[in-house]
Ligand binder design. Structure first.
Ligand SMILES: Nc1ncnc2c1ncn2[C@@H]1O[C@H](COP(=O)(O)OP(=O)(O)OP(=O)(O)O)[C@@H](O)[C@H]1O
Length: 253
């Protein structure tokens, strides 16, 4: 059985079928790219899978359980974690705090006075701090740890977003345009981090418009068009497929 699958998903907005009977599955350990012209339904597919919106029809299965419509936090606790096209960190918070606060189920230093915090709470807090520091170092954000997130570049924000997602210790990481607005050097760096995460066993699904980097990175490409899967296969085969070329030319990408 696949680790993650969407079966016959439908999501309508008004009269528009953003996702129109779409089925796709991802095996454990895969690194999959999802592409398609603007408006093809990529983000809506991610939203349906990650519980940001509930599909009108169809079933999402994760790790052997039906999870259709389960809220994002519940899915994240089970290891299904996504990032967003527009980064969601708090700009008025430091980079370090943004990473720490991404950790799930924290006892919360602000809400519980120091004297009544139990030993186990303090252990959790300590491990959150340690993990956050490790990630800041891995993503070379440690020198920016005390900087407000508002002062980061687009690429540094994407790295921060990735670090925040990793605080949730995902089994499946769904990335929505991780290279958008990122300069070429940082793009390569982010791609390398993604490759490494995948090599260490993480299943990764990426929506991306930047096809050159994506094609080199992924094992498989799924092309969407008008809310459906147009082609699904090896990157070289997919990109030379006439239907894909036609969809992209027609889609104005
Ligand atoms: N919340 C919403 N309300 C109304 N229409 C929506 C909503 N979300 C998406 N749509 C519409 O659904 C269609 C698919 O959008 P979606 O964002 O999923 O496509 P996409 O492939 O991710 O596009 P892009 O590459 O531009 O991000 C589009 O026509 C979009 O305008």
């Amino acid at each position: 059985m696949s680790l993650l699958s969407a079966d016959a998903l439908v999501k309508e907005f008004g009269g528009l079928r953003a996702v129109d009977g779409l089925s796709v599955s991802v095996e454990a350990g895969e690194l999959v790219g999802v592409i398609g012209p603007n408006g093809a339904g990529k983000s809506t597919l991610f939203n349906c899978i990650s519980g940001v919106v509930t599909p009108d029809e169809g079933v999402v299965t994760y790790d052997g359980t039906e999870v259709t419509g389960d809220p994002p936090e519940a899915l994240a606790r089970r290891g299904l974690v996504r990032t967003f096209q527009a980064t969601r960190e708090l700009e008025t918070m430091t980079v370090r705090d943004n990473v720490r606060l991404a950790a799930p189920d924290q006892p919360g230093e602000q809400t519980v006075p120091a004297l009544v915090r139990t030993e186990s709470m303090q252990t959790v807090e300590q491990s959150v701090r340690t993990r956050a520091d490790e990630l800041l170092e891995t993503f070379e954000l440690d020198h920016l740890a005390d900087e407000y997130s508002a002062n980061l570049s687009g690429g540094q924000r994407k790295l921060l977003e990735l670090a925040r997602a990793l605080m949730l210790d995902p089994s499946v990481l769904m990335l929505d345009e991780p290279f958008a607005g990122v300069n070429p050097t940082l793009t390569d760096e982010i791609a390398e981090h993604i490759r490494e995460l995948n090599e260490n066993g993480m299943t990764v699904v990426i929506i991306e418009h930047e096809l050159e980097t994506l094609t080199e990175l992924v094992d498989r490409l799924v092309v969407l068009q008008q809310g459906r899967v147009l082609v699904d296969g090896q990157p070289e085969d997919v990109l030379s497929d006439d239907r894909v070329i036609e969809a992209y030319l027609g889609g104005g990408v």
